[in-house]
Design a protein around this ligand. Structure first.
Ligand SMILES: [Zn+2]
Length: 116
């Protein structure tokens, strides 16, 4: 369950940022998560429901997730291709030497807050 660690870090960052902005409440937090992070959505939601209540600022915050599908570039032939977590080889030349362009994201994209 590495989702607990992710949620813990996100909630901490979110509440620190919100407090610095003088917020009284966090309405929602939007995350961008790449498929390569192997985050289980159910576990993430479960951890979110459990941990958000530790802080009155985040207690009612909604979690919004944008999923990012993996995309890589082939080192051998330069082809760029979309793929899933398991098929990383270049579909053009079959090379296993590829660079991940996207799919490893784990970012807070935006946050909606209420201020007095
Ligand atoms: Zn290739």
């Amino acid at each position: 369950m590495h989702e607990v660690g992710i949620v813990d870090g996100v909630l901490r960052t979110a509440s620190e940022t919100a407090r610095a902005s003088g917020a009284t409440k966090i309405v929602s937090v939007t995350l961008r998560i790449g498929d390569m992070r192997e985050v289980v959505r159910e576990s993430l939601d479960f951890a979110w429901e459990a941990l958000r209540e530790d802080d009155p600022l985040t207690a009612e915050a909604e979690l919004i997730v944008e999923e990012v599908h993996p995309r890589s570039a082939c080192v051998s032939c330069g082809n760029e291709f979309d793929h899933d977590r398991f098929h990383l080889r270049c579909p053009v030349c079959g090379s296993g030497q590829t660079l991940t362009l996207s799919g490893r994201e784990l970012d807070i994209v935006s946050m909606e807050i209420e201020t007095p």
